[in-house]
Design a protein around this ligand. Structure first.
Ligand SMILES: Cc1ncc(COP(=O)(O)O)c(C=O)c1O
Length: 407
């Protein structure tokens, strides 16, 4: 039986793959993925391999710690504390208490629990095509996947920023209307959760002051703000460690995952001490525990990712290569009939096409040409470019050349 038939037979998610003819990848090397026949693909999509696929420094950190010890956060362990300290040092004062989990979904789930415990409200506001994860609670907060008719009445959505950039007051008015509906119901406003580049809604460079106004509005209803940095964090936008910092705002809770362990499953949230205390009180002093969250091997993986970002100046590099790539994309593709807009920042860029079927076709054709890109947006019309932070100008040139051919 072929691997595809075996997969279809035994995997619950066996019929979902990126391409019509699924790729069988057997090896990763920096920005490259290699299939079972030895064909090499430039990976411009997989942000999990933040410092490059199979980065030897991360592999060695995981291996060394695995050989020594792997336990959990019920014991004292230097690496876990060091990781919390180092993450807190990347954030604003007061965002200095960490909880560790294993996935972005878990971190967001816990963030919403904290928000509800702290505000004693239930209502949440999300973007209308957001994805925040797969737990029962967070699925509700992921309109991209959760069918509208299954959505509970404690969730309200606001659209992506398309059409509102330059007219932020109209956007804030819409947000206020949703918040007022929740506030006048039994739910109240517990939180607003968003990824700071609104990526599932189409990847946007948020104008200065936009997030600040959103945060103020939510806080005026007593709600807390959760910045989901699962995709946008760890320097991807090229000038700050976290995307929310682009707008000089300070969230109440910051969640992170995907790139944090370069493929090792580790995630976290950072928040203020008062929110942690509210949750402890709500749970009668039983604080949250996660068996695998923040174990010493995960901590070693995450610490090595932080080291590599710093030692190799990857945030600056993402900024420079991202600027270069955006310029080359605009120079080469902007006048093509099917290209609506090229946008985004750093190594998180989107190319909106005029027809989602063209986006899907381009993604397939790019794969045949040896370059892997993704798609996103409410109608999946946006080509999503989100490579490893080790992506260089020579890779950008190859990507632009192939996109030029395929489009
Ligand atoms: C913005 C965002 N938040 C949360 C998640 C969920 O993370 P995980 O798949 O690790 O549970 C994702 C996953 O795609 C994401 O993109």
């Amino acid at each position: 039986m072929s691997i595809l038939s075996r997969r279809k037979k035994h995997l619950g998610n066996g019929s979902k793959y990126f391409y019509e003819k699924p790729l069988h990848i057997i090896k990763g090397e920096d920005v490259w993925l290699i299939d079972e026949k030895g064909k090499r693909f430039l990976d411009v999509y997989n942000n999990v391999a933040h410092v490059g696929h199979s980065n030897p420094r991360v592999v060695s950190a995981i291996t060394e710690q695995s050989k020594t010890l792997n336990t959990n956060t019920r014991y004292l362990h230097e690496k876990i504390i060091l990781l919390a300290e180092r993450l807190a040092a990347t954030m604003e004062e007061g965002l200095d208490v960490a909880y560790f989990c294993c996935s972005g979904s878990e971190a967001n789930d816990l963030a919403v629990q904290l928000a509800k415990a702290h505000t004693k409200h239930q209502g949440c506001i999300v973007l209308s095509n957001a994805y925040h994860g797969n737990t029962t609670e967070i699925f509700q907060l992921s309109p991209e996947d959760c069918p509208k008719e299954q959505r509970k009445d404690w969730i309200k959505t606001i659209p992506g920023p398309r059409g509102f950039i330059g007219n932020e007051s109209a956007y804030i008015k819409k947000l206020r209307e949703e918040a007022e509906t929740l506030a006048s119901s039994r739910h109240g406003v517990a939180c607003f959760i968003a990824d700071s580049v609104f990526s599932s809604d189409g990847i946007y460079e948020i104008p200065k002051g936009f997030l600040k106004k959103i945060y103020q509005e939510i806080r005026s209803f007593g709600g807390v703000v959760i910045a989901d940095e699962v995709q946008s964090g760890f320097g991807r936008l090229g000038d700050q460690m976290w995307a929310y910092q682009d707008d000089a705002v300070v969230p109440d809770i910051v969640t992170m995952g995907k790139p944090m362990g370069n493929g090792h499953p580790v995630s976290a949230l950072l928040t203020h001490r008062e929110l942690i205390e509210s949750l402890d009180q709500a749970y009668n002093g039983n604080s949250y525990f996660n068996t695998f969250g923040g174990n010493p091997v995960s901590a070693a993986a995450a610490l090595s990712v932080l080291d590599i970002i710093e030692e190799d100046s990857l945030i600056d590099q993402a900024g420079q290569v991202g600027d270069y790539l955006k310029k080359q994309l605009r120079n080469t593709l902007q006048n093509k009939e099917s290209v609506v807009e090229i946008r985004g920042k750093g190594l998180f860029l989107g190319i909106e096409l005029d027809d989602p079927s063209k986006t899907a076709k381009t993604m397939e054709e790019m794969m045949r040409q040896g370059v892997l890109v993704g798609k996103t947006g409410p109608t999946n019309s946006v080509i999503k470019l989100r490579p490893s932070m080790t992506f260089k100008k020579e890779h950008a040139d190859l990507l632009v050349e192939k996109l030029n051919q395929c489009l």
